[in-house]
Design a protein around this ligand. Structure first.
Ligand code: ADP
Ligand code: MG
Length: 234
């Protein structure tokens, strides 16, 4: 119980653009334990996406250590990082990132094609994930036949299909109206109540208010790490 899914220690990320070096993360350290729901907040340019890319093994720290589910990601090849991502992580993006030519079902099957599973089993698992997000009756629709909220639910189903240990969502409500935003947050909160570990980058205090904990970044540094309740009561 309460094992650390994420252990970040003194992580720096310096982008070397040739002319200038951008120090996007400056010694960030924190752990995230199994079953937490954490918001990452901060103004534009504060390093949120860089931190998310690091957590998502899409990028490596310039200095410092990152353990994902106890596994040190340093010195892993790109292929090994891809395997870690597929094994442990689910991703949800602001822009949904669904393939427009594919049905909801085929979009959700996609991450399972890297798994050693029979095709019929992949389909069954994808159908379960779509049922879980309340879209059993929309499986054969394409993204352009779905509302924003439904598209984001397909994206969540796609992220859940592989049974991730950690769900990473970068501004997941950024393209949703307020009703769809509330729906999505209620769903993610329920998922978390059932044990899923969730990290959400957001600009919106409303969204962060659904989380148990808020990490705040400013100019690449972590300036606060606090229970969300304290913010609400302030
Ligand atoms: P946020 O998501 O909070 O807006 P980012 O992590 O995208 O912040 O960016 C943090 C800093 O790093 C910014 O100064 C940004 O311009 C810079 N940065 C981000 N990505 C790159 C990159 N690929 N190359 C150079 N600088 C970058
Ligand atoms: Mg960003």
């Amino acid at each position: 119980m309460c094992e650390a899914v994420v252990q970040i220690t003194d992580v720096h990320r310096i982008y070397d653009t040739g002319a200038v070096q951008v120090h996007a993360l400056r010694g960030v350290s924190f752990d995230i334990h199994s079953g937490e729901m954490v918001a990452i907040m901060g103004p534009s340019g504060s390093g949120k996406s860089t931190l998310m890319h690091t957590l998502g093994c899409l990028d490596r720290p310039t200095h410092g250590r990152y353990l994902l589910a106890g596994e040190d990601i340093a010195d892993r090849s790109d292929d090994e990082l891809a395997r870690l991502r597929n094994r442990y992580l689910g991703f949800v993006f602001q822009e949904f990132n669904l393939l427009p030519s594919m049905t909801a079902l085929d979009n959700v099957i996609l991450p399972l094609t890297y798994r050693p599973m029979a095709q019929a089993r992949r389909r069954e698992r994808a159908e379960q994930a779509l049922e879980q997000v309340g879209l059993a009756d929309r499986m054969h629709h394409r993204p352009n036949q779905l509302s924003g909220g439904q598209k984001q639910r397909v994206a969540v189903a796609r992220s859940l299909a592989t049974d991730p240990s950690l769900l990473l969502a970068d501004e997941p409500t950024g393209n949703l109206d307020s009703e769809a935003q509330e729906d999505l947050m209620r769903f993610l909160t329920g998922l978390n109540a059932d044990g899923m570990t969730v990290v959400i980058v957001t600009h919106e205090e409303d969204v962060a208010g659904h989380c148990g904990r808020i990490i705040r970044l400013l100019d690449g540094e972590m300036v606060a790490d606090e229970p969300a309740g304290e913010v609400a009561n302030r």
